[in-house]
Design a protein around this ligand. Structure first.
Ligand code: BGC
Length: 384
């Protein structure tokens, strides 16, 4: 655990210059093997197109398109602020907009950023096809491109900035097993709620946790009740899907592999309606996810230091804007183009009750937000 934090910090400190020296857990995470391309399942609500403008901006503008504000709180609460800070600190203007789960809207934002002549365009795609169209248009206009967090298969971005996403899934699978073992449940019935079938990350997360869980299902030690993907990571749909899973399973399960905190929270609401409290996983170290861990409703989450990711992305953008190749610490496979995309991959960290504190100490969440109304639980967890 300590080592992983140390590496994340190392990554943050050295920017893009000495990434290789931070250790190389990158396993060349492969891109997706084909997943069924179900509908993108828009989570569109609201129309936050707020543009953040840097103070100086002499270097030009870096355009960033975030995917939505509902599939995870991280995009608006963490990525926006860290990207804006890192880009403006480097003397560029940050134009950060949100597509709100709407591929059409993302295309329109991209068109206007391209027309304005951004130096670099950074996207978190909603699906690979629509993302690839945007990246191609930018390339044709001579604009450098970055896949931020999600790899666009067939997109040919200049660089990919993310975490080791297979490792995220491994931590989730191992976390579920640990929490179930701690509870001493025999032949536990497990439900799996995957992320969006059109998000390459969801494929990589599943690669990680399937490698942990499948042998247990195959051996009959664990029983797989159902394994479903949630279009667009839509938390509400996730709850409905889980509702059906529980009904089909005869009203109970013993553990839920939920691919992020939003889906975990949706599952927890359904479990509570059924008077159940069983190990549930998550990802993103969101305020709600951490609070669910403190109350015992969630077993673990995965902390991804978004500040590190955003700073690496800003550094890559600045390198590209000055005609340089960004420093990277690995590659990922674009399974459509059959190419290796240069990548910066940061290291995820598993968070359980005993290290919720680390997320706060790292400045990602505040004790005030996490502990509101849970003062006793926070005190027990060593958070003040
Ligand atoms: C990100 C996760 C996020 C999910 C839903 C994934 O691509 O890596 O951090 O929870 O999308 O937005």
């Amino acid at each position: 655990m300590k080592r992983r934090f140390a590496r994340a910090t190392c990554l943050a400190m050295v920017g893009t210059f000495l990434l290789a020296a931070c250790g190389s857990d990158d396993k060349g995470s492969s891109g997706s093997t084909a997943t069924t391309a179900a509908t993108a399942g828009s989570t569109a609500t609201g129309d936050s197109t707020a543009t953040s403008s840097g103070a100086a901006g002499e270097g030009g503008t870096i355009g960033v398109i975030l995917p939505d504000s509902k599939s995870s709180v991280r995009w608006e609460t963490a990525d926006r602020k860290y990207l804006e800070a890192a880009i403006t600190a480097a003397g560029f203007k940050a134009d950060i907009q949100n597509a709100e789960g709407d591929t059409q809207k993302m295309a329109t934002i991209a068109d206007s950023m391209i027309a304005e002549g951004v130096k670099v365009l950074m996207i978190v795609n909603l699906d690979s096809d629509s993302g690839a169209t945007i990246l191609k248009k930018a390339k044709d206009a001579g604009i450098k491109t970055i896949d931020y967090d999600r790899l666009t298969l067939g997109g040919g971005a200049d660089v990919y900035i993310s975490f080791d996403n297979v490792q995220v899934g491994t931590l989730q699978g191992e976390g579920l097993v640990k929490c179930i073992t701690d509870k001493g449940v025999k032949t536990p019935k497990i439900a799996v709620l995957n992320g969006s079938p059109t998000d390459n990350n969801a494929t990589l997360f599943a690669q990680g946790y399937d490698a942990v869980l499948k042998p247990l299902f195959d051996a009959g030690t664990y029983k797989l009740v159902d394994d479903q993907s949630v279009p667009g990571w839509d938390n509400q749909k996730g709850g409905q899907i889980f509702e059906q899973i529980i009904a089909t399973a005869g009203g109970s399960v013993d553990g839920v592999l939920a691919a992020n905190d939003g889906l975990g929270g949706a599952a927890i609401a359904v479990l509570q309606k059924n008077n159940l409290q069983v190990p549930v996983t998550g990802q993103d170290a969101s305020v709600d996810g951490l609070r669910n861990i403190l109350t015992g409703d969630q077993c673990m989450t995965v902390y991804k230091a978004v500040k590190t990711e955003a700073e690496a992305a800003a550094a890559a953008a600045i390198a590209l804007a000055s005609g340089k190749a960004p420093d990277t610490n690995g590659t990922v496979t674009d399974t459509q183009l059959k190419t290796e995309v240069p990548a910066v991959l940061a290291t995820p960290v598993a968070i359980y009750l005993d290290n919720v504190k680390d997320v706060i100490d790292d400045g990602y969440q505040t004790a005030a937000d996490v502990c509101k109304g849970l003062e006793a639980e926070c005190k027990t967890a060593g958070i003040s």
